[in-house]
Design a protein around this ligand. Structure first.
Ligand code: NDP
Length: 480
């Protein structure tokens, strides 16, 4: 059985404990590889390697840093199919999605920051004839990046690319549930000639090696994407140590659909925004609010499309709905469907585990589920389910839609559907979220600020925001 290795000081190495965890293929329910069960000793080794590499990497010319990152991006491109297959097996997502979205985006993330660093500039503040101030943006040092399982290589590279481009050395921990593509990336980093110690990838449990990274006194910044509860725990350790913190956390995103929208485009996109990646994207819209005049029309058209979605083997090229990531997560999602029923909701379609045949008979599959009849304040509509489950509800006025959209503790993203641009702008401004899409969903420009408000996080990723996070601004004042 394949044993995943840590990547420390440029080498693929065993965990110091020699202990391994089982890695399960969620589409078969079978263990198919072993993951290092790393501890604080492995984090310390990674720290020593990163600290030793920092003086040279932080003073390597921007062109040279950019060149090695571009080589890694090229190698991701050359290995697209192998990486997509690995991502699909590890995560349960359709291989078509991994081929079209996850892996190309991982390549783009690295290529984007390899070039962004060449255009990154800082400010000067001139005090007429008295003085000149300039802002010197210096790499921070050794930084930690922690990423979740839903978009494994995509979110892993979204963090490490700006950190490395800005001249930091990195210790990164992928989710223990989906470690495979980060491991394959470590091989590509070696092939690309990334100097040893610049990036260190330590695999294992969040509560063990992830926690050790957050608590390490000399790791100066933590960039974390994951659940809100974990984010709060990380902040409670890192904040008193005055570490820089970027927290991209959970969401419970509203889709607000007005009667004057382009109906066909809205329906097609809403199916995607509800169930892509089995609903396991932090940006998926899980609370669909529909203006009452088109509620019944929406319901009929939406259910017709959802009922045509087949859940299948993620490795079949035609599959659009694969497995959810783990047995534990499947049970959590199913328990929310039961809760929705107890809260008075009606399951219009789906609502249960799907049992496939053959090698997928023990896989963790859930039918796409649509629920109606629930008010905004019940737990089903307040808590993040993070699976193929959406609720639908009518609204009568703009004020009611906005109040409902803003009624959760989250504020990551929202989607609005209307052909009245003036209304769209006004409503967008009233929504408490870091991202609003109008008449589209998941259209991403990597230069834009990305992140949430309220319990969806602190800080912004993307573009120069990420490069600012991964640098310390020092003001230098020269009297004339
Ligand atoms: P978790 O919070 O459980 O885990 C995220 C990462 O943190 C994993 O690598 C995990 O390791 C690690 N971790 C867990 N506990 C600790 C700890 N005490 N110290 C340090 N690291 C720790 O999230 P999930 O992996 O379940 O991901 C799903 C969540 O991520 C959802 O809430 C989703 O909304 C959110 N998300 C947010 C996004 C955003 O941009 N805002 C984007 C994508 C997802 P391990 O796996 O080993 O436990």
């Amino acid at each position: 059985m394949e044993k995943i290795a840590n990547y420390i000081d440029g080498q693929l190495v065993e965990p110091t404990s020699k202990n391994y965890l089982e890695n399960v293929n969620p589409a078969t329910g079978k263990v198919y590889s072993l993951i290092p069960d790393s501890t604080d000793h492995d984090i310390e080794l990674a720290y020593q390697a990163a600290a030793a590499a920092f003086p040279a990497w932080s003073t390597t010319s921007i062109n040279d840093r950019s060149a090695v990152l571009s080589r890694i991006a090229d190698l991701i491109n050359h290995n697209l199919h192998e990486l997509a297959l690995a991502e699909s097996i590890d995560n349960g997502k359709p291989v078509s999605l991994a081929t079209q979205v996850d892996i190309p985006r991982a390549e783009s993330n690295i290529r984007f920051f390899a070039t962004a660093i060449q255009h990154f500039a800082s400010e000067a503040h001139i005090m007429e004839d008295k003085a000149i101030n300039y802002t010197n943006r210096k790499p921070i040092g050794v930084v930690g990046c922690i990423s979740p399982w839903n978009l494994p290589l995509y979110l892993f590279t979204w963090k490490i690319a700006p950190a490395l481009a800005a001249g930091n050395c990195v210790i990164a921990k992928p989710s223990e549930i989906t470690p495979m593509t980060a491991y394959l990336l470590s091989k590509l980093c070696i092939e690309a000639g990334l100097p040893k110690g610049v990036l260190n990838i330590v695999h294992g449990l969040g509560a063990k090696c992830g926690n050790a990274m957050v608590a390490h006194k000399k790791i100066k910044a933590i960039s974390f994407t994951g659940g809100t509860t974990t984010g709060a725990h990380i902040a409670s350790i890192a904040a008193p140590m005055f570490k820089k913190l970027s927290l991209e956390l959970g969401g419970k995103n509203p889709n607000v659909i007005f009667a004057d929208c382009d109906f066909d485009k809205m329906i097609a996109t809403t199916v995607r925004s509800s169930f892509s990646n089995q609903g396991q994207i932090c940006l998926c819209g899980s609370r669909i609010l529909i203006e009452r005049p088109i509620y019944e029309k929406f319901k009929t058209a939406f259910l017709e499309k959802v009922n045509k979605m087949t859940v299948g083997n993620p490795l079949s090229p035609e599959t659009r709905m694969g497995a959810v990531v783990s047995e534990g997560h499947m049970n959590k999602v199913l328990s929310y469907i039961e809760l929705a029923k107890q809260e008075g909701g009606t399951v219009l379609t789906g609502g249960s585990r799907v049992t496939l045949e053959g090698e997928n008979k023990d896989g963790y599959f859930i039918a796409p589920t649509v629920i109606e009849g629930l008010g905004p304040n019940c737990r089903t509509n307040q808590e993040e389910i993070f699976g193929p489950v959406v609720t639908i509800a009518p609204f009568d006025t703009v004020e009611e839609a906005v109040e409902n959209a803003n009624s959760t503790m989250y504020g990551l993203a929202a989607t609005l559907w209307t052909s009245d641009l003036s209304k769209a702008h006004k409503v967008a401004a009233q929504i408490d979220s870091g991202i609003v899409w109008i008449n589209t969903w998941l259209l991403r420009d990597l230069r834009t600020p990305f992140g949430g408000v309220k319990s969806s996080g602190v800080g912004r990723e993307g573009g120069f925001e990420a490069l600012k996070f991964f640098t310390e601004a020092q003001n230098v004042c020269i009297e004339l």
